[in-house]
Ligand binder design. Structure first.
Ligand code: NDP
Length: 245
């Protein structure tokens, strides 16, 4: 038998758009219960309604991953309600690209807060539960940017290298009941690039983001990692458009 037949309790952060939304939809379609976390609760409520209309099981939690207490409260509530938490998909992220000499220090802080601290808050909140319940699965949505740096990506890449390192460190430290997966997407359709404020970086993205793949391509990778038997740990998957160089 495969794990696919066992419904899991899954928390997806950043589920209000893009990769998180697609992941929630796919996992709910496979029979898992998905808890959707993000700040835009109107989006989450609409997604819960869509999942339930399709016969799936979902709930929504307002969640700001930069707030440590917020993350712990949501994770604890999931456990109080369902008795356990099997999977956390740490997906929430921002990509505010700019050259270092543009000096957009507030945006550097924002990326560190969401992409690094947000991930660490998720890890800190869930590990005690994984230990107590005898296992669990942590999925980190990193990026191609966790493997390469290019002009305007220095700080974003730094946060994604960090996300990669935290996830790999957890793998090395954990006993085999805890599985750890890093998914590193290439250019994927989402709202990610819409928040870039730097004009030069925006221009670069027009060319860089010409070839995209749908967010469900990443959701399928998450699904694959989750569906493996408990003794198989899929540690990293890189998924990019075939046309991406
Ligand atoms: P989107 O902008 O579409 O989604 C980002 C999600 O993160 C939203 O749901 C947003 O929800 C959430 N988010 C942002 N800040 C916070 C916060 N403080 N607390 C909680 N949630 C937050 O982009 P993607 O779907 O593309 O991004 C998802 C992940 O994929 C990111 O980590 C990104 O770095 C990574 N990635 C994406 C690639 C791409 O090409 N699209 C390529 C490589 C990696 P809300 O605003 O409602 O809080």
């Amino acid at each position: 038998t495969t794990e696919r037949t066992t419904p899991k309790i899954v928390l997806v952060t950043g589920a209000s758009s893009g990769i998180g939304e697609a992941t929630a939809l796919r996992l709910a379609g496979e029979g898992h219960h998905v808890v959707l976390g993000a700040r835009r609760t109107d989006r989450l409520d609409a997604l819960v309604a869509r999942i339930r209309a399709d016969g799936g099981s979902a709930s929504a939690e307002r969640l700001d991953v930069t707030d440590r207490d917020d993350v712990r409260t949501v994770v604890d509530r999931v456990v109080a309600e369902h008795g356990r938490i099997d999977v956390v998909v740490n997906n929430a992220g921002v990509m505010l690209l700019s050259r270092l000499d543009a000096g957009l220090v507030d945006e550097w802080d924002r990326m560190i807060d969401v992409n690094v601290r947000g991930l660490l808050h998720g890890v800190a909140a869930v590990l005690p539960h994984f230990r107590r319940q005898g296992g669990g699965h942590l999925v980190t949505v990193a990026s191609i940017g966790a493997h390469q740096v290019s002009p305007t990506s220095a700080v974003y890449s730094a946060t994604k290298y960090a996300a990669w390192a935290v996830t790999e460190g957890l793998r090395q430290e954990s006993d085999p009941s805890i599985r750890v997966t890093t998914i590193s997407p290439g250019v994927v359709e989402s709202e990610l690039a819409q928040h870039i404020s730097d004009p030069g970086a925006r221009d670069l993205m027009v060319t860089y983001r010409r070839n995209t793949i749908p967010a469900d391509a990443i959701a399928r990778a998450v699904s694959y990692a989750l569906a493996q038997p408990a003794d198989v740990d899929v540690n990293e998957i890189i998924v990019r458009p075939a046309a991406q160089r």
